[in-house]
Write a protein that binds this ligand. Structure first.
Ligand code: PMV
Length: 334
């Protein structure tokens, strides 16, 4: 199934509608997976091999402004810098926009503003595609329900389907070939004491995309066969932990899920590792602090940066050990 077919299925008669506004903007948060999406069953549609579970970081994300520009080409500005049309980043965005124009559709100017580093394993593509989908919905006045917006965002980047919501989100794996049952669903539970600490170790763009790393892992890692069972188990425990407000169970499950994902990468061939010395140093610090009685855990995605998980009453303690930490309270009202 092609992406364009999914777009037609979702937009139906809205597909050929002219833009309703000349300009629209939207915001979407980054999301951090507590149970990771790692492996696709369909490369074209970004359909996953397993479900996954995340938390959105309310005030950390991307704002996308879309304008009808009347020019020959699309223009993309990221944090006030005009991005070359040949860059991998703009190609991905332009391919995505191509899904929504036909002969009479004009070109766009996209003004993307993020308060997080791009492509450093901080889910910038997730919030970027989610914000773009929400902006398109406004520009064309589609008024789509969120499950459909989540499917469209997934076509841009898998994990973007979870950035359509705040708070806890489950991306259901689905079974259908067109992916109409594979989208994010908001989990209503809140956890006001939960904190996420972002430890930025490197602002360098990663040299291996998550798309490539995922595929290589699925194809070559002897450990990958254990991954689907691990996800089923972790999802169950995470949801239970959220219902019981059991922070240690949540933290342990999230950390173990991340280290298992990275173990599948390390055992791929050629091996994949996103860690740099600072990443390992931070992990050891977390383990040492935990031995000393601090309830702190970490998770890591397709980049060197570490995300800490802890609770509000330990903020001071965490700051003492990680001077550069950027602390987010995902359930703080903004
Ligand atoms: O959506 P992508 O292609 O950027 O993949 C994201 C993969 C991880 O961040 C490593 C895990 C996840 O579930 O977010």
């Amino acid at each position: 199934v092609k992406k364009s077919e999914v777009v037609r299925l979702i937009l139906k008669e809205r597909w050929r509608a002219a833009p309703y506004h000349l300009q629209a903007n939207a915001y979407a948060p980054i999301n951090i997976a507590l149970c990771k999406y790692w492996g696709k069953r369909d490369q074209e549609l970004n359909l996953p091999l397993t479900s996954s579970f995340s938390i959105s970081l309310n005030n950390h994300g991307a704002t996308t402004e879309l304008k009808i520009n009347g020019k020959e080409n699309d223009e993309i500005f990221v944090n006030d810098i005009l991005i070359s049309e040949d860059s991998v980043f703009s190609k991905r965005l332009i391919d995505f926009l191509d899904l929504f124009r036909h002969d009479h559709f004009p070109r766009f100017t996209m003004i993307i503003k993020t308060n997080i580093p791009i492509a450093a394993g901080l889910a910038s593509s997730a919030c970027g595609f989610a914000a773009m989908t929400l902006a398109l919905d406004k520009l064309f006045n589609w008024q789509l329900p969120k499950d459909k917006l989540s499917i469209l965002a997934r076509l841009g980047s898998g994990s973007a389907c979870r950035s359509i919501w705040d708070g806890f989100v489950e991306w259901q794996v689905g079974v259908s070939a067109d992916g109409m049952d594979s989208y994010g669903i908001a989990i209503p539970n809140k956890w006001p004491d939960l904190c996420v600490g972002l430890l930025i170790m490197s602002l360098q763009e990663k040299n291996l995309s998550s798309r490539e790393a995922m595929q290589r892992t699925v194809m070559t890692s002897p450990l990958y066969q254990a991954w689907p069972n691990k996800v089923t188990h972790d999802l169950f425990i995470l949801k239970q932990a959220i219902c019981d407000n059991d922070f240690n169970s949540l933290g342990k499950t999230a950390e173990s899920n991340a280290t298992t994902m990275h173990a599948t990468m390390l055992s791929a061939w050629p091996p994949v590792s996103y860690a740099i010395p600072e990443t390992l140093h931070a992990m050891h610090t977390v383990w040492k602090l935990r031995d000393q009685g601090l309830a702190i855990y970490f998770t890591q995605d397709a980049g060197p940066n570490i995300k800490l998980l802890f609770q509000k009453n330990d903020i001071q303690n965490v700051r003492e050990h990680f001077a550069a930490v950027d602390i987010v309270e995902p359930f703080l009202e903004i």
